[in-house]
Design a protein around this ligand. Structure first.
Ligand code: HEC
Ligand code: HEC
Ligand code: HEC
Length: 174
C-alpha cells in the first residue's frame, strides 16, 4: 500500500469510528421527557389518568368517586399507611372530593396537594410509591407501556431556563 492510500485508509477508519462513537453516545442518552426527549405528558397526571384507547377509565375523578363510595383499594391504603405521618389514622375511605377536583380553582394535582398539605398528609411519597416503587403497586392490568411510561418528568416539570422543578397540572377532559 502506498503512503497516500494508507493515509486515506486512516482517514476512513477515523471517520467511521467517530460515527460509531456518536451513535453509541446517542444510544446511551437517557430519555427524559421534556429534557432529552419529546414530552408526551405536558399536563402530568391527567395525560395518563383519562379514558384510554382500550376503553379503560383511569380518570382520577372516577377512581376517587369509587374510593369515596366503596372504600379505597386496600393495597393503596396499605401504601398510604406506610408513608403518611404516624399520627394520621386512615378510615380506608377517601372523602368525596370529585367536585373539588373537577370544578375547583386549581388544576389536578394542585387541588390534591393543597388539601393533603393542610391535613398533614403530604401526597408526594404515596404517589411516588404507587407509580415508581421497585415493587410497583400499579395493578398487573395496566399495559406495559403504561407501567414503563413513568418518568420523574411525567409529573414534574424542569424549567430549562431557571432550573426550577415544579409539578405539572391540568384538567380532566370532559
Ligand atoms: C405516565 C402515566 C401516569 C402519570 C403521569 C400519572 N399516573 Fe397515576 N397511575 C398510572 C397508571 C398506569 C396507574 C394504574 C392504573 C390501573 O391500572 O388501575 C396509576 C395509578 C394511580 C393511582 C392508584 C389508583 C388507580 O387509579 O389505580 C393513583 C391515586 C394515581 N395514579 C395518582 C396519580 C397522580 C396524582 C398523578 C399526578 C401527580 C399521576 N397519577 C400521574 C399512570 C400514571
Ligand atoms: C378535601 C381534601 C382532599 C382532597 C382534595 C384530596 N384528598 Fe386524598 N385524602 C384526604 C383524606 C382526608 C385522606 C384520608 C382518607 C382515609 O382516612 O382513608 C386522603 C387519603 C388519600 C390517599 C390514601 C388512600 C386513602 O384513601 O386513605 C390517597 C392515595 C389520596 N388521598 C390521593 C388523592 C389524590 C390523587 C387526590 C386528587 C386527585 C386527592 N387525594 C385529593 C383528603 C383529600
Ligand atoms: C406520578 C407522578 C410523579 C412522579 C412519576 C414523580 N413524582 Fe415527585 N412528586 C409528585 C407529587 C404529586 C409530589 C408532591 C408535590 C407537593 O407536595 O408539592 C412530588 C414531590 C416530590 C419531591 C418533594 C418531596 C416530596 O416527596 O413531596 C421530590 C424531591 C420529588 N417529587 C422527586 C421526584 C423524583 C426524583 C422522581 C423520579 C424518580 C419523581 N419525583 C417522580 C409526583 C410525582
Amino acid at each position: 500500500m502506498t503512503p497516500r492510500r494508507l493515509g486515506w485508509l486512516v482517514v476512513f477508519v477515523l471517520l467511521t469510528s467517530a460515527g460509531w462513537l456518536a451513535a453509541q453516545q446517542a444510544g446511551s442518552m437517557p430519555q427524559w421527557p421534556g429534557i432529552t426527549s419529546r414530552d408526551t405528558w405536558p399536563n402530568g397526571c391527567v395525560d395518563c389518568h383519562k379514558i384510554t384507547a382500550a376503553g379503560r377509565d383511569l380518570r382520577l375523578s372516577t377512581t376517587l368517586r369509587r374510593w369515596a363510595t366503596q372504600g379505597t383499594d386496600p393495597s393503596i391504603v396499605a401504601v398510604a399507611r406506610s408513608v403518611f405521618p404516624r399520627a394520621t389514622t386512615l378510615q380506608g375511605r377517601h372523602p368525596d372530593v370529585v367536585n373539588t377536583i373537577t370544578t375547583g380553582a386549581l388544576p389536578i394535582p394542585m387541588q390534591c396537594i393543597s388539601c393533603h398539605k393542610s391535613q398533614g398528609r403530604p401526597i408526594g411519597p404515596v404517589v411516588h410509591l404507587i407509580h415508581l416503587s421497585v415493587k410497583p403497586k400499579i395493578p398487573a392490568s395496566a399495559s406495559l407501556s403504561e407501567r414503563s411510561g413513568g418518568y420523574c418528568t411525567s409529573c414534574h416539570l424542569l424549567n430549562l431556563s431557571t432550573g426550577a422543578m415544579t409539578i405539572k397540572g391540568g384538567s380532566e377532559a370532559r
